[in-house]
Design a protein around this ligand. Structure first.
Ligand code: C2E
Ligand code: MG
Ligand code: MG
Length: 697
């Protein structure tokens, strides 16, 4: 009682007002502050004395003051309602949102107004943020699932339904385990949970199943949300569907590293594996071997049977090669018909040889391609690391040289890299360089080998054969430098130059000795394939000299006809249109096909000298068959490499038309050759005897 009696109600009221967290003010009828409590002044950033006597409009933005005044008047006159949110301005210009309401209370004459105010600025900002968050949640393309601490789904967003096919109603309260696919084992999920416990976050790719049962890959982030005490409140799972992206990534990665025809690692991956093998060899002290495997005459198969059959053959061959692969080895396709086998962990070279022999053996069985049976062999070059090479580049070069040697050795064999090979390769390279100069420095000469009409025994034609008189090495055989000229592209100007010489020569032969004389020139398949020869220099020269096409004939090889490239066809037609006769050189050694002879309107076959040399054996039947067949097709036949009278007589009895060979004459320098012609027509072009002697090959 005493206590109560001690309290002065007015003092108590003032104490309450001064401490109340709510802003309270009294405003008179004219709108002036009569009293404000500290909370009120603090909201607006003034001292209470600064507000007393001022118009209450001071806290409103200028542009809002008219409407505020109007509502204020309405409140006073009609008892309107001032409760609600108001935008106001602090003394320092800061903008606030307040919630306030007013009650009028009588004070003698016109009523005063009691205002109470709460600063709700922060609350409003939070509300706005929540609105943004909610919008994102609703509209994002990423699926969001919220799970509570007891592992029950408590919220999902629309993207979740789009991605998975499940609505929230389907999954509400359920364990998210329901989405699991059988593509991950228990350990995978345990690891996710472990990471979440330790780090509070897990991100990765997960295969799940949609409602339809379809598997899909999702890129997933799981975040643990904890309360202030550190207890798990929620798990928020955010994910998107990356099945398609992943699939195309995989394809791109695959294409970058594998060959699409055979499925074997490609050149790129081969490079990686070779480097890896070299590191391993250095670390373990074991040996690595590189086997370069090249299919023999694959191009012919490809050209005869077509590219799709060729591809199938490559795929079958790869499968066979894989059988020789041991764990840790790599078999790769590094070019058209070129494969590489990397052998690691070898104790010595004989292991590599055994595997190479094993590879060769696998080619003994023909490859079945539909109805076709294809016999194909391979050549293998082997180089060892670190024995033969210091780097992978060198190893590769060496194996390639060994392969080159294996091919030269007669194919279907293996060849180890040796230092002698290295020397030979260097010599080839130097020769290739010299070759470039040879043309400009006129080191070439053309020799002419007579071709005899077997019915009369008279020279009626000749073949132009190029010779290289190397400044330091002396004569170099065309068998050596023609392939080099083909590799370097020099064959085109070289053959054109030879043709010009031959034209000049045929002009002389025709005017001086035999009016319808003909000289044959050899044309490399290399230039036939890549170039348009219709306008080539020597064909024009022929016309300029007023010669008919028959003055020059060209010799090409069978292989060229197998290639159905339009450019080859166009060149053949251009030559034929110019009246130039076409002969097939070395006939019988390649893929002989009657159809081709017909299709390309060939005029002459030149029986390869190997059959002539073997007339005592199987060559007999072959020569006879070629002659009979050629005559049926209306072609003439030249026998090459006739060295004995016996061979000449057999060929004559078979009806062979022409012959060339050492029996009659080797290829001779122009003057010696002309001397022969002169002798034949009884017109001497000079002291023939001496020239013949000087010219001996
Ligand atoms: P090919 O066109 O088959 O020329 C015939 C080859 O056989 C020539 O060798 C010739 O000297 C040789 N020969 C001639 N008679 C006999 C004989 O009775 N017995 C033996 N064992 N051989 C004989 P060569 O001159 O060394 O030419 C080799 C090849 O080089 C030629 O073979 C030809 O394919 C090519 N070649 C020569 N000159 C040219 C050319 O100007 N351009 C092109 N693209 N290739 C050429
Ligand atoms: Mg020839
Ligand atoms: Mg020949």
């Amino acid at each position: 009682m005493k206590q109560v009696a001690d309290r002065d109600p007015d003092r108590l009221m003032r104490a309450i007002l001064s401490r109340a967290p709510v802003g309270i003010a009294v405003i008179d009828y004219a709108g002036r502050y009569i009293s404000v409590n500290p909370a009120y002044a603090a909201i607006y950033g003034y001292a209470d004395v600064e507000m007393i006597g001022q118009s209450f409009l001071m806290v409103f933005p200028k542009d809002a003051q008219d409407s505020v005044l109007a509502r204020h008047q309405d409140f006073l006159d009609n008892g309107g309602d001032l409760g609600g949110e108001w935008p106001v301005v602090r003394r320092d210009g800061g903008q606030l949102t307040v919630w306030s309401n007013s009650v009028s209370f009588p004070s003698g004459g016109r009523p005063d107004r009691l205002v109470y105010v709460l600063d709700i600025t922060e609350h409003k900002k939070a509300q706005a943020k929540e609105l943004v968050a909610a919008t994102v949640y609703q509209t994002t393309s990423e699926a969001i699932v919220v799970i509570d601490a007891d592992n029950r789904i408590i919220a999902t967003n629309p993207a979740f339904t789009r991605l998975t096919g499940w609505t929230f109603a389907d999954v509400a309260g359920r364990d998210p385990r329901m989405f699991r696919s059988d593509r991950h084992d228990e350990a995978f999920y345990s690891e996710i949970w472990r990471t979440l416990r330790v780090e509070g976050l897990w991100a990765g790719e997960v295969w799940d199943q949609r409602r339809s049962g379809e598997y899909y890959l999702r890129d997933t982030t799981i975040t643990v949300v904890k309360d202030a005490l550190g207890n798990v409140k929620n798990y928020v799972v955010v994910f998107s569907d990356i099945t398609k992206r992943k699939a195309s990534d995989d394809i791109i990665r695959w294409q970058a590293n594998y060959d699409s025809v055979t499925g074997l690692p490609n050149r790129h991956m081969f490079g990686d594996r070779l480097a890896q093998g070299a590191r391993q060899a250095t670390e373990t002290g074991m040996m690595m071997a590189l086997l370069m495997i090249d299919l023999d005459r694959f191009k012919e198969v490809n050209d005869t049977l077509g590219h799709s059959v060729g591809d199938r053959l490559l795929a079958k061959v790869s499968a066979r090669l894989r059988e020789s692969e041991r764990p840790g080895d790599t078999i790769a396709r590094i070019g058209g018909d070129e494969f590489a086998l990397i052998l690691t962990g070898l104790a010595d070279a004989s292991e590599a040889e055994a595997i190479a022999r094993d590879v060769l053996k696998r080619f003994e069985v023909p490859v079945k391609l539909g109805y076709e049976q294809v016999f194909i062999t391979a050549s293998i070059g082997i180089s060892l690391y670190p024995g033969d090479a210091q780097s992978t580049e060198e190893l590769f070069r060496n194996a390639d040289q060994a392969l080159y040697a294996a091919k030269a050795f007669g194919r279907n064999c293996l060849y180890f890299f040796t230092s002698a090979l290295q020397r030979a390769a260097n010599a080839r390279m130097r020769l290739a360089n010299d070759l470039r100069q040879a043309l400009t420095e006129e080191q070439f000469v053309v020799h002419y080998q007579p071709v005899i009409d077997l019915k009369t025994g008279l020279i009626v034609k000749a073949e132009a054969l190029v010779r290289w008189d190397h400044p330091t090495r002396g004569p170099v055989s065309p068998a050596t430098f023609i392939p080099l000229a083909e590799d370097t592209g020099l064959i085109v100007p070289l053959d054109d130059w030879v043709a010009h010489q031959a034209i000049a020569e045929v002009v002389r032969c025709r005017t001086v000795y035999i009016p319808c004389f003909q000289i044959a020139i050899n044309q490399s398949p290399v230039q036939f394939r890549g170039n348009d020869l219709s306008g080539i220099g020597w064909v024009k020269e022929l016309a300029r000299q007023g010669l008919d096409g028959e003055a020059i004939s060209i010799e090409i090889t069978e292989g060229l006809l197998l290639n159905a490239e339009p450019q080859v066809m166009a060149n053949l037609i251009a030559f034929r249109d110019a009246g130039i006769k076409i002969a097939i050189d070395d006939f019988g050694t390649g893929y002989s096909s009657l159809a081709y002879l017909r299709k390309f309107a060939i005029d002459t076959l030149k029986i390869d000298q190997s059959f002539v040399a073997d007339l005592g054996g199987t060559g007999f039947d072959i020569c006879e068959a070629i002659i009979v067949m050629a005559h049926r097709l209306g072609l003439e036949v030249v026998a090459e490499g006739v060295e004995t009278e016996h061979q000449r007589d057999i060929l004559t009895s078979m009806g062979c038309d022409f012959a060339q060979g050492y029996l009659f004459a080797p290829a001779l320098p122009a003057d010696a050759f002309e001397a022969l012609l002169g002798a034949q027509v009884g017109r001497s072009a000079g002291p023939m005897e001496s020239r013949m002697k000087a010219a001996g090959e």
